[in-house]
Design a binder for this molecule. Structure first.
Ligand SMILES: *Cc1c(COP(=O)(O)O)cnc(C)c1O
Length: 368
């Protein structure tokens, strides 16, 4: 079986380094809010060139805390609107509704799968306070147009950077393009921990301070509570693993580009539509968290690959507005998002997939 993602193999590359650090944490007797978290926050902040990084417990919490921070600082209030791509993982939307804010969905560009920036302006109202962009599948979505739109309407730009660590737009890394960003280090992400982990980045000192407190019961000083906070901390074990793996992220992302390039060069089947990208090997705007193809015969194709021992996944089979959890939005007309959910298929991709495996995937894709 060719696995969609072989996490064991990915992590075994760093076996010795990781095992040593896990023992060090164990023996240190210090498991939360320690030096390894501080080091990771500094390392990530240096990597993306953002002033402040706060380690938190996962990617959803990172996004939720950014919005909670803005609520506490009076930048937003309950009932305000946040623009969000209709074509995203549900976590982006949950972070908004969990804070008593209203998600306003915008259709994707069908070629990049990312939010269609030209369709944002028509959704802006007097209640709009932010645009949450999602660099979906690892591809940057950003432009001068977006920046000026945000400036004109005084909107915050929040990046959901769960899928695109290491990607760049004009030599600036994702996570440092807007006002604040949320990262996920879920094990299957490009930078994956050995469990849940996440981070917030921002250049806004006030927001950073608020989030740091909010993630720790709303407390800046032990037993003094400024906010009604939550417990959403990154722990030392995960930070130790992330410090090791962060050193290799660029090299890892480059391997993903090589795999993507190989797929792009070799998949030849009129029933399959490939992602469109120029200069795949050098293009830093994509870190290929996922390699997503489209096909009108998606379900048959997935079954065919499965029968040939090739595991694929669908990101995502049901868009957020069609989920039972968001039945209040089920009447919305978002046809591009809905079409994509019926046609997309994610192929195996990682830095550890072998040439032999790739050859096999391509043979079967071309035979279908
Ligand atoms: C993974 C993911 C999240 C949530 O991250 P967790 O760490 O799993 O909570 C949010 N948004 C997107 C786009 C994601 O892919």
């Amino acid at each position: 079986m060719i696995k969609f993602l072989d996490l064991q193999k990915i992590n075994l590359q760093y076996q010795q380094e990781i095992e040593e650090e896990l023992i060090n944490v164990f023996r240190s007797g210090w498991y939360l809010l320690g030096d390894r978290v501080k080091t990771f926050e500094n390392n990530l902040s240096n990597y993306i060139k953002s002033k402040y990084v706060i380690g938190v417990s996962n990617g959803l919490e990172a996004l939720r805390l950014i919005l909670k921070g803005y609520l506490e600082l009076g930048v937003m209030e309950h009932g305000d609107e946040v623009i969000v791509p209709a074509n995203t993982y549900i976590a982006s939307v949950l972070s908004i509704s969990e804070n008593g804010l209203i998600p306003v969905f915008v259709e994707p560009d069908p070629y990049t799968f990312n939010i269609d920036i030209s369709k944002i302006q028509e959704k802006i109202t007097s209640k709009t306070k932010a645009i949450m962009i999602v660099h979906l599948y690892g591809q940057v979505v950003f432009s001068e147009e977006l920046k000026s739109l945000a400036k004109k309407y005084k909107l915050k730009i929040i990046e959901d950077n769960a899928q695109a660590i290491g990607a760049e737009w004009k030599e600036n890394k994702t996570g440092n393009l807007g006002d604040a960003a949320g990262f996920s280090f879920y094990p299957g992400k490009n930078l994956g921990a050995l469990g849940d982990a996440g981070a917030v980045s921002t250049n806004d000192a006030e927001l950073a301070q608020a989030i740091k407190a909010l993630a720790n019961y709303g407390s800046q000083k032990k037993y003094i509570n400024k906010y009604r906070g939550v417990n959403s901390r990154l722990d030392e074990i995960q930070a130790a693993v992330l410090n090791i793996k962060l050193k290799y992220i660029d090299q890892d992302n480059q391997k993903r580009r090589e795999v993507a390039n190989y797929y792009l060069q070799n998949i030849k089947n009129s029933k399959i539509e490939l992602p469109k990208i120029e200069d795949c090997l050098k293009n830093k705007e994509h870190v290929w968290h996922l390699f997503v193809i489209r096909s009108k015969y998606r379900d048959n194709l997935q079954g065919y690959l499965q029968n040939n021992n090739i595991q694929t996944l669908i990101h995502y089979p049901i868009p957020p507005h069609k989920q039972e959890a968001y039945s209040i939005y089920s009447q919305l007309q978002l046809p591009i998002t809905e079409t994509l959910s019926r046609e997309v298929l994610s192929l195996p991709i990682s830095s550890q997939i072998t040439q032999e495996e790739l050859t096999k995937v391509i043979i079967h894709l071309n035979q279908f």
